[in-house]
Design a protein around this ligand. Structure first.
Ligand code: 13P
Length: 262
């Protein structure tokens, strides 16, 4: 699945939720709705245990499948880990890398993010690479420094071809699961900054095509205004992606916001 900025990209990050029965019902509802939501690209990221179930439910629909994480080695004695080739084999087109919850709770660093991006690209997966500042960092006026550091550290050593195949996600930590969304202006400011950094590193052609998602308490009520911003190309949705009605409404609002922007 390759992306084009004219179509909003909506990814549902289910985190550590959904039994097989719940996953099947949710993915089936999204697959059924995807026919009338053809103006957007949609991806679901279930827990590893539900990948096969969700793949079956999505069969024949345009909805993509993503892993929530991977380990960078191809195979071997790494108990509990899942590699890029295994995700690809399970039907994934995408993989989330460097989510703030992984950075916070599981010691993920920019160096591990870099290795994970490389292995994902090598396996033909689209990495969705997350960056974002904490509340303390924002309040200390360090947002752009933090984002710049995460981009520099995470993307270091990627050539333009590799960088052109990744999707970025700006997820301010203070907005995740808190009900406190970044305002469209706050999000746009950081998205514009990210695009500017990509331009400095890889040139205008790449940066103008780069897909940058926003994540953090995205709900149907705030989606349209976010998608009117010129540098917001999609959303990474957590809590509101666990219920088919709210996720489908978010996709509709994203398509609407995008139309109003053009
Ligand atoms: P919420 O939408 O629940 O705030 O989660 C955002 C997120 O972390 C998506 O990856």
């Amino acid at each position: 699945m390759t992306h084009d900025r004219s179509r909003p990209l909506l990814a549902g990050n289910w985190k550590m939720h959904q039994t097989l029965a719940e996953a099947r019902a949710l993915a089936s509802a999204v697959a059924a709705a995807s026919r009338e939501l053809a103006g957007a690209d949609i991806i679901l990221a279930p827990p590893f245990t539900a990948l096969a179930e969700v793949r079956r439910a999505l069969a024949g629909s345009p909805v993509g499948l993503a892993g929530q994480n991977l380990f960078w080695e191809e195979k071997g004695a790494f108990t509990g880990e899942v590699s890029a080739p295994l995700l690809k084999d399970a039907g994934c087109s995408h993989v989330i890398i460097g989510h703030s919850e992984r950075r916070q709770h599981f010691g993920e660093t920019d160096a591990s993010v870099r290795k994970k991006i490389k292995s994902a690209l090598q396996a033909g997966l689209v990495p969705i690479v997350c960056v974002g500042e904490s509340l303390g960092e924002r309040e200390a006026g360090r947002t752009m420094d933090v984002i710049a550091g995460q981009l520099e550290g995470g993307l270091d050593g990627l050539d333009a071809d590799e960088a052109g195949r990744i999707v970025l996600a700006y997820e301010p930590v203070w907005a995740i699961g808190t009900g406190r969304t970044a305002s469209p202006d706050q999000a746009e400011e950081v998205h514009g900054f990210i695009r500017g950094r990509l331009e400095e590193s890889y040139g205008g052609e790449l940066s103008s095509c780069a897909i940058i998602l926003y994540g953090g308490s995205v709900k149907a009520a705030n989606t349209c205004s976010l998608f009117k911003e010129k540098d917001i190309d999609g959303a990474l949705v957590g809590g509101a992606s666990l219920e088919p009605g709210s996720f489908i409404e978010i996709v509709r609002e994203a398509i609407k916001g995008r139309k109003e922007r053009q």
